[in-house]
Design a protein around this ligand. Structure first.
Ligand SMILES: Nc1ncnc2c1ncn2[C@@H]1O[C@H](COP(=O)(O)OP(=O)(O)OP(=O)(O)O)[C@@H](O)[C@H]1O
Length: 339
């Protein structure tokens, strides 16, 4: 379950060029798309507004150059937005002093990047303990915490290895352990698995799901891979040319894409794993089967049961009350339409 708003972004612009603020002002704060190229500016993030909710996994997707990394860099204040408003747990991030920002970044935010960012001359233990060292945590305490994190990501026994002695997946686990060492409230991951080969990538996705179930962090995660996004996300935000064109659940995106660009991402999406019973059910009917299915169950998980039943299968809410029914025709139709 996800909760309160943790990060609030309103009308964020990030423009690169000689005088971005002047450019924005000349165009009354909302330049037309053509104006950027005409005047030699790059509109990396254009008028983006959204909330990140406590405990959710929000995935940002989009083609290369659509502004995903720049948006995350704005939220973490590694980049100053050209315009807009941003709050972190009600604190105005744009008015925060440099000292406050460093404090938020060091204590509240964890970051994992595609290239792992490990220090080559330090062993695993010292890499994981590094952010705590920067915070000035005493050696015994930081090493103990680092060992805990190393165990959490399954690298116990490799504390004294150097990054070059580890596989790509193991290196990324070190990166993950290090980002968790500071006990962040919110975790930013910029294409953390894209440098990994497909098998290790799947393993790391499963590892990530396991960690999230354990730690229940708020997560903002960038990926190019729609299948990865549907596997991990509570909500997916899709960016195009600096704009957020749709922000919705994987199911909404697959069933109601905002435009052709979004539809293209969702085209080969695995409906069986995304579409739920609630979405395809019909009304409660006479003569339903005794065995029920939960409304939030994905159709892939219930297909065998529903198709094996001669009578319609009742769909029940959290309290167990029937709110609809599914027949083998509805399920096979939904699965068939999927590909
Ligand atoms: N420091 C910079 N100076 C000028 N232009 C920049 C800068 N950083 C990013 N850009 C431009 O802003 C746009 C968005 O870049 P960004 O890296 O955010 O995209 P992205 O969606 O993360 O791409 P990718 O998936 O390739 O990492 C691109 O056109 C990029 O060239």
């Amino acid at each position: 379950m996800t909760g309160d708003v943790q990060i609030k972004c309103r009308n964020i612009w990030k423009i690169f060029g000689d005088d971005p603020k002047g450019f924005l002002a000349r165009h009354n704060g909302a330049p037309e798309d053509d104006a950027f190229g005409d005047e030699g500016y790059i509109g990396a993030v254009r008028d983006v507004s959204f909330d990140v909710r406590q405990g959710e996994i929000l995935i940002i997707m989009g083609l290369s150059g659509s502004g995903k990394s720049t948006l995350i860099r704005c939220i973490t204040r590694l980049n100053d937005p050209t315009a807009g408003e941003m709050e972190y747990e009600g604190r105005d991030l744009l008015k925060a002093s440099e000292a406050e920002l460093i404090d938020i970044r060091r204590h509240k935010m964890g970051m994992v990047f595609q290239n792992f960012g490990l220090l080559p001359h330090r062993d695993v233990l010292s890499n994981v303990a590094f952010p705590l060292e920067v915070q000035g945590v005493a050696r015994a305490k930081r090493d103990a915490r680092a060992r805990e994190m190393i165990q959490l990501v399954g690298l116990e026994g490799r504390e004294a290895y150097f990054p070059r002695q580890l596989s790509g997946g193991q290196q990324q686990r070190v990166g993950i352990a290090r980002s968790l060492a500071v006990e962040p409230d919110i975790w930013f991951l910029d294409e953390p698995f894209s440098a990994l080969d497909p098998l290790i990538r799947t393993e790391m996705q499963d590892e990530f799901i396991r960690l999230q179930q354990l730690l229940k962090k708020t997560i903002v995660f960038i990926t190019h891979d729609f299948e990865e996004a549907t596997k991990l996300a509570d909500r997916i935000g899709i960016m195009k040319d600096g704009r957020m064109v749709q922000l919705a659940t994987p199911e909404e995106i697959v069933l109601n894409p905002a435009d052709e660009y979004v539809a293209e991402f969702a085209r080969n999406a695995p409906h069986a794993r995304i579409v739920s019973a609630r979405t395809i059910m019909g009304p409660v009917s006479e003569g339903m089967a005794a065995a029920t299915v939960p409304a939030d169950a994905k159709i892939g998980a219930i297909a065998a049961q529903v198709i094996g039943s001669d009578a319609p299968t009742p769909v029940v809410d959290e309290a167990g009350a029937p709110i609809g029914a599914i027949t083998r025709e509805t399920v096979s139709d939904a699965l068939f339409r999927a590909r």
